[in-house]
Design a binder for this molecule. Structure first.
Ligand SMILES: [Zn+2]
Length: 132
């Protein structure tokens, strides 16, 4: 496009092209680009829109290692890696909607022992293990 603009500027200098027309063209062009960018769909892992369990107003940002409230005042955060296992989005959704995940397997306790458990949130929104 820059090359075209240079040609156009050249033509304006020579009086072949109307300056206003040229500016209008550029404006139209930038509007098109902006619209294109705005409508661009950025593919993501199928992330559901989940509400923060603490403030219950704002949506959560789901990242690889953490899940976080979008509101800085609320600042609720949960680590997705629990005893070396990354909580899947599906389980995370279950945690927030039903307060219980599916059985998470092969978690590792501090003494290195593997165990399976369900995860839930207690009254203070801390993560707890449930064994049935
Ligand atoms: Zn929140």
């Amino acid at each position: 496009m820059t090359a075209e603009w240079e040609i156009a500027l050249d033509r304006i200098e020579k009086g072949e092209l109307n300056k206003t027309q040229f500016i209008n063209d550029i404006q139209q062009y930038t509007t098109e680009i902006t619209n294109e960018l705005l409508s661009l769909h950025i593919p993501q892992e199928n992330t559901p829109q989940l509400k923060c369990p603490k403030c219950q107003q704002h949506n959560l940002i789901i990242k690889d290692k953490i899940v976080k409230c979008t509101d800085e005042q609320c600042n609720w955060i949960l680590f997705r890696i629990i005893c070396v296992v990354q909580l899947s989005i599906k389980d995370f959704t279950l945690l927030l909607t039903q307060n219980k995940t599916s059985l998470i397997k092969n978690m590792k306790s501090k003494n290195g022992k593997k165990f399976d458990a369900y995860l839930a949130l207690d009254d203070k929104l801390n993560l707890i293990f449930k064994f049935c």
